[in-house]
Design a protein around this ligand. Structure first.
Ligand SMILES: Nc1ncnc2c1ncn2[C@@H]1O[C@H](COP(=O)(O)OP(=O)(O)O)[C@@H](O)[C@H]1O
Ligand SMILES: [Mg+2]
Length: 276
């Protein structure tokens, strides 16, 4: 049975001379809560964008269930994109619109929001948005303008919006990178509960090892476009951390502590340890 198995085969993407994703093989045999970790420039975002077909692979294939995702064109491709709900670090809400309207935008799939589309939102969409907001514990805020919410709340609105896409998969690119620890934990818990209740996989690019360990059942470590670790948190040994980051976890923590001060770093450039 094909089911909802996601399979990446030799997935490769070049940008000029840069091998952003390098022959990645991956099987997600059942709905899983997955963290993708690695340095900036390791290929995490490119992998997510390949999966939702925002960009095309240079080589390799993606399968979901019985279908080949990399073969989809036209309407079928647009349908796939809207079934891969994306969550971004910056939430991407319309701040002036109320929360429930932001959530209903999810039912537009990958169409951009235009004022004329507001008329598409009927009682059915509204009811679904109410259910989604209830699931992320934000029903009381439904009529507030999105910009009046805290960052963590805004990210949960984005998750509710994702639910209206009736996703096969949630792809979250650094969803908690701009949140304080308490809000980050709350957002991660929300993603975990949706993974469980909806029975869908969540692939979550994460900067923070501790977040990956505490919320994800499977951790995929990437370095220079390749998967260099794939296993449960308890297998993430000091050796594995070194393979992924090139430094020990202590050194990594020092870098992160240094990042509290402004950290200017170009994608793909190794971080220089900021701590003295
Ligand atoms: N659109 C693009 N054009 C050129 N290079 C890109 C593009 N997107 C990503 N890259 C390069 O591909 C590599 C992987 O990037 P990315 O997937 O964003 O890494 P990560 O998300 O792990 O930080 C980097 O070297 C980055 O500079
Ligand atoms: Mg990225």
């Amino acid at each position: 049975m094909g089911g909802r198995l996601l399979r990446l085969e030799h997935l490769t993407r070049r940008f000029g001379d840069t091998l952003a994703v390098d022959r990645v093989d991956l099987r997600i045999p059942r709905p899983q809560m997955i963290a993708v970790i690695g340095r900036s420039g390791a290929g995490k975002s490119t992998t997510l964008r390949l999966i939702n077909r925002l960009i095309d692979p240079t080589e390799g294939k993606i399968y979901f269930g019985d279908g080949e995702v990399t073969a989809l064109r036209g309407r079928a491709l647009r349908a796939w994109r809207s079934r891969c709900a994306m969550i971004f670090q910056q939430f991407n809400l319309s701040g002036r619109l109320d929360v429930i309207t932001n959530v209903m935008v999810g039912c537009l799939g990958d169409k951009p929001l235009m004022p004329s589309m507001m008329k598409w939102f009927g009682p059915a969409e509204r009811a679904e948005a109410v259910r989604a907001l209830d699931r992320v514990d934000l029903l009381p805020q439904a009529l507030q303008r999105a910009e009046t919410l805290s960052g963590g709340q805004q990210q949960r609105v984005a998750i509710a919006r994702a639910l209206l896409q009736r996703p096969h998969l949630i792809l979250a690119d650094e969803p908690v990178a701009s949140l304080d620890p308490a809000n980050a934990a709350r957002v991660m818990e929300t993603l975990v509960s949706i993974h469980r209740d909806a029975g869908i996989s969540v692939l979550c690019n994460l900067h923070d090892l501790a977040t990956a360990r505490s919320h994800c059942e499977r951790i995929i470590g990437m370095a220079a476009g390749r998967i260099v670790f794939d296993g449960p948190p308890e297998s993430l040994t000091p050796d594995a951390v070194r393979r992924i980051y090139g430094v020990s976890e202590t050194e990594l923590d020092l870098e992160t502590a240094g990042a509290a001060a402004p950290r200017k770093q170009k994608d793909g450039q190794p971080l220089v340890a900021a701590a003295g």
